[in-house]
Design a protein around this ligand. Structure first.
Ligand code: ADP
Ligand code: MG
Length: 328
């Protein structure tokens, strides 16, 4: 196992500890920027420095483009436009956004409704920066609007409609994974064979770091800078959801950003969920879902899926590993 050099918000690649014997004209290039309210990091192996740097710049621009179209913090994003209008009339959207919303609905089906982008009807009532939570009355009023069945997609017209007023969507549980997958596709199109792209807790790796797998650390949910597990990874996607990313404490409770769609409240019982698989879009939604489902149901879902593994830290700090990781 490789020593971990430093620890980012959630999971982070450790690189460059054992410098590969490299010809002078090939090298690891990296950059890090704050986009989508989180740290975006790209690292890749390139034998053509200008081309490598251009590839990194293209990834950063792709992240910014997705943020512009999908952020609910931006009034002129496509998602904000949907939220303003889709209860009144169908809203025509790009095929990219249509497909991601359709994928979100599939994840709702897969997780028995634990993943539900209409959580936002209640989710929008929380403000974690300003430590604001909804009143019981406001929460009760918002609840009927949480149900992914309220989202009506028309593939022929590439449009979305909400079946009732009050419905809102937020892609915060899946958009970063989508952005990472798009970025990896973009790098592959540029013939990059070795890379890691991370957006906050979502990372995807192509290649094997030239024979020395990347090591992704799972941070201790209660002690910043400490790591509870380190996973050597190649050609994989990994996503962590934690209750420490966006939260505040009030009257002995931790109010954080992962919401149970059945009651509109932050989920107790789990501190962090890390899932490993092949694509970031699925892993992003799945880590949020397993968090909502809890240790027992969440792990049962992971075991049912092929090529998916998980590490869960529960409310007491106890760790649970899926069977495939136990074996490793
Ligand atoms: P992060 O955004 O820190 O990477 P996650 O991947 O766990 O964390 O996603 C949490 C985000 O998912 C929240 O900030 C919110 O936007 C969204 N979300 C919260 N609860 C749900 C839910 N039950 N279903 C779908 N999305 C959710
Ligand atoms: Mg997630």
């Amino acid at each position: 196992m490789y020593p971990l050099r430093h620890v980012a918000a959630v999971a982070l690649p450790v690189i460059g500890l054992l410098a590969p014997t490299s010809p002078a004209w090939a090298e690891w290039l990296s950059d890090q920027q704050t986009i989508m309210g989180t740290v975006v990091r790209v690292e890749l192996w390139s034998d053509d420095q200008p081309a490598g740097k251009a590839a990194i710049a293209a990834v950063m621009e792709e992240m910014r483009r997705i943020d512009r179209t999908m952020s609910t913090y931006k009034q002129d994003s496509d998602v904000s436009l949907i939220n303003r209008n889709a209860a009144q009339k169908p809203v025509t959207i790009s095929s990219e956004l249509f497909d991601l919303i359709a994928r979100s609905l599939q994840m709702s089906e897969l997780t028995g409704g634990a993943f539900d982008i209409t959580y936002a009807s209640a989710g929008q009532l929380y403000d974690f920066h300003r430590k604001i939570k909804p009143s019981e009355h406001a929460l009760a009023k918002a609840l009927p609007a949480i149900n992914y069945h309220h989202i009506l997609l028309d593939r022929k017209r590439s449009s979305i409609k909400f079946s009732q007023i009050g419905v809102r969507i937020d892609l915060g549980g899946i958009a970063k994974g989508h952005a990472v997958d798009r970025s990896i596709a973009l790098l592959q199109a540029r013939a990059i064979k070795q890379a890691i792209v991370s957006a906050g807790g979502d990372s995807r790796i192509i290649g094997d770091h030239r024979g020395r797998p990347w090591v992704v650390g799972i941070r201790d949910p209660r002690q910043e800078g400490k790591v509870v597990a380190a996973l050597p990874l190649s050609d994989a996607a990994v996503s962590t959801s934690g209750d420490y990313e966006r939260y505040f404490e009030a009257n002995g409770m931790r109010y954080h950003h992962i919401i149970n769609p059945t009651n509109g409240r932050p989920v107790n019982g789990v501190r962090s969920v890390t899932v490993l698989g092949s694509d970031s879009t699925t892993m992003d939604a799945l880590s949020t879902s397993v968090f909502v489902m809890g240790v027992e149901k969440g792990m049962a879902l992971v075991e049912r899926l092929t090529n998916v593994e998980a590490v869960i830290v529960d409310a007491n700090g106890k760790m649970y590993y899926s069977a495939g990781l136990e074996r490793r």
